[in-house]
Design a binder for this molecule. Structure first.
Ligand SMILES: Nc1ncnc2c1ncn2[C@@H]1O[C@H](COP(=O)(O)OP(=O)(O)OP(=O)(O)O)[C@@H](O)[C@H]1O
Length: 604
């Protein structure tokens, strides 16, 4: 059973529950509170659980939805339904404005930022005359759609859980989309996302607005549920509570939001019912007991409760790879074979007093494999970062296919067709190899948020996954396609990164230590693959410490030492170059082969 069908069945049962004879009205109210909270927590599933952005301010965003409904119906006589688009738009706009400032904050500054505006908005709600100050707004008319009134609890209950169902399906759709993968990539930092043309700040803003719209929807429903709105349900405590729901339930999982909302709401309710029977002045101790129970819960299930439940559920079926998907559009090589595709001119990078790369010049011709070698700390990875736009040059330029690319930004460089792998593998370990590789095709897709939410992106997704599968087969990892990327050996993870980069369909491929961690025969296979790419016209620049691998494969070698180029030329020349021998072994011998030549080239 798919998640969507399970969600529909579950929501249907909950919606129909009040029609069971003898179903206590009090339970309907409890279920409604759970549903309302779960909608907000659903946004946090994507924002915090998937995107890694912690927000304590979601309750305040729900306030925008609630107050929009309250003001427009009571002050201006709008019909309840007409206020819905406004409530969602106001919440989205507020998130957009707050997000512009907040998502740029990194580390603990981000949650602190959300606390700051969460507090500020709560006090604002309590001060504005229009919003009735701390007394709020009462006498909100019951929700109605045309002639149908939802005054009756069972009906409003159906609307709340119907809204939760739609939110859950939209969230599942979002997570299973090109935009969803971009959001997931945020957890590995903006450098990895940027390498595939994903704007981290844009992805953060999207997820921020999405979570705010869900919070706004919950707030809008709350206004009609309570028939009154005051600032207290939108204070910082409520914001913390929503975050707890997402974390306790299992941040990152749609079912986790529902489980978390259920547990926190029910726990609070049980404490409030049981404690007065046990001790006098129980109200004093309730928050303490609640806090202790939460800590115990988090100790027992640090990843949340839903992953514990999942252990008893059948394994989800691996994603099927469409056999007859349309091929993705290709990319013409930007320069003719043999012409210079990459030119690094006087590239210099200073970190404070340290010159990591010092006026380095070299080039890569189309259809050529060039190696950048040098002892540890020579400046190789820094040079990669300068070429791919991760770091800004202190001086000098980098040109790609005749166009200066220094300063144009990581994303634009990726769009031009420069793909890379990383020295320290940057995969999403919980995601399958297939999904990780599909991330590399981000720029080859076009479908945005709306298409993802409405699932109008299936053709494009099929094409992206077919391409990802093709690249995985190409690098020889077909049997691992459906495994979590983190379960593979480190050497294999490096190969997954190559498949991911190839899915971008690059003209220039930069590989940072691709052979590290591979066994002898795997190095042979990798060498064959890279030779094959070269014969297809792709250009490659690689950083590699394995001299046997480098000498047997490359056409040209550039040697750095202490940030300065000390030699360049074909492998035969480099192997005997006195400056290279000096840099590597103090002049005692040739650069030491750490593996035999693997591509039929000369042994180092
Ligand atoms: N962000 C940074 N801030 C300060 N210094 C840095 C930074 N990045 C690199 N360096 C320094 O720049 C020098 C070159 O580092 P780089 O990582 O480019 O070397 P490398 O040749 O790739 O080495 P290795 O083979 O060990 O990976 C080193 O001295 C390193 O400590």
């Amino acid at each position: 059973m798919t998640n969507r069908i399970a969600l529909c069945l579950f929501a249907a049962i909950v919606i129909l529950a009040p029609f069971i004879p003898g179903f206590p009205p009090f339970w309907i109210i409890l279920l409604d509170n759970i549903g309302l909270a779960a909608i907000v927590a659903m946004g946090l599933v994507v924002l915090t659980g998937v995107g890694g952005l912690t927000s304590f301010g979601q309750a305040a965003l729900a306030g925008f939805g609630a107050y929009s409904a309250a003001v427009l119906t009571t002050h201006y006589g709008w019909t309840p339904l007409a206020t819905l688009p406004v409530a969602l738009a106001v919440s989205a706009l507020a998130a957009l404005l707050l997000g512009f400032v907040t998502v740029r904050l990194a580390g603990h500054y981000l949650p602190l930022g959300t606390i700051a505006w969460g507090l500020a908005l709560y006090y604002l709600f309590g001060q504005l005359e229009l919003l009735g100050r701390h007394d709020g707004i009462s006498s909100i008319p019951p929700l109605s759609i045309g002639p149908i009134s939802f005054h009756e609890p069972a009906r409003l209950h159906a609307v709340i859980w119907g809204a939760l169902l739609l939110s859950g399906i939209a969230t599942l759709n979002l997570l299973d989309s090109r935009i969803g993968r971009a959001i997931r990539s945020l957890r590995r930092g903006s450098t990895m996302a940027g390498a595939f043309g994903i704007s981290a700040s844009q992805a953060k803003l999207i997820v921020f607005v999405y979570a705010a719209v869900l919070a706004g929807l919950s707030g809008w429903l709350y206004a009609f549920f309570q028939s009154a709105v005051t600032p207290s349900p939108f204070n910082l405590n409520a914001g913390i509570s929503y975050l707890f729901m997402a974390v306790v339930g299992g941040a990152g999982q749609v079912w986790g939001a529902i489980a978390g909302a259920f547990i926190i709401t029910e726990l609070r309710d049980v404490i409030q019912r049981v404690m007065p029977a046990l001790i006098a002045d129980s109200a004093l101790y309730e928050p303490i007991v609640f806090g202790v129970l939460l800590i115990v819960l988090l100790q027992v299930a640090p990843d949340g409760l839903w992953p514990l439940v999942q252990r008893f559920l059948p394994e989800p079926k691996p994603r099927s790879v469409p056999a007859n998907a349309e091929p993705l559009a290709g990319r013409a090589m930007p320069v003719a074979r043999g012409e210079q595709i990459l030119k690094v001119s006087e590239a210099t990078k200073k970190f404070g007093g340290l010159t990591a790369v010092n006026a380095v010049n070299f080039g890569v011709k189309s259809g050529e494999i060039v190696a950048l070698i040098g002892p540890n700390g020579a400046g190789k990875s820094t040079t990669f970062n300068l070429i791919t736009g991760v770091l800004a040059l202190s001086s000098g330029t980098v040109s790609f296919a005749g166009q200066v690319i220094s300063g144009i930004g990581q994303q634009r460089i990726a769009e031009l067709g420069v793909a890379r792998t990383f020295q320290h593998v940057k995969l999403l370990p919980d995601m399958s190899v297939l999904e990780n590789v599909a991330l590399g095709g981000h720029l080859r897709g076009r479908k945005g948020l709306l298409s993802a939410l409405l699932r109008l992106d299936r053709r494009e997704e099929a094409a992206l996954f077919a391409e990802a599968a093709r690249q995985i087969e190409r690098v020889g990892l077909a049997e691992h396609m459906h495994k979590p990327a983190g379960s593979l050996a480190l050497g294999q993870q490096r190969i997954v990164e190559i498949a991911r980069a190839l899915t971008m369909n690059p003209s220039l491929l930069l590989l940072d230590e691709p052979a590290a961690g591979l066994r002898h025969f795997e190095k042979g296979q990798l060498s064959q693959l890279l030779s094959q790419l070269r014969s297809e016209g792709m250009s490659l620049l690689l950083v590699e410490h394995d001299m046997g691998f480098v000498m047997g494969l490359t056409d040209h070698i550039v040697v750095l030492d202490f940030g300065t180029k000390i030699a360049e030329g074909p492998p035969d020349v480099i192997r005997k170059h006195p400056a290279v021998l000096e840099a590597y072994l103090g002049g005692a011998a040739e650069p030491k082969p750490t593996s035999p030549a693997v591509s039929g080239g000369a042994e180092a």
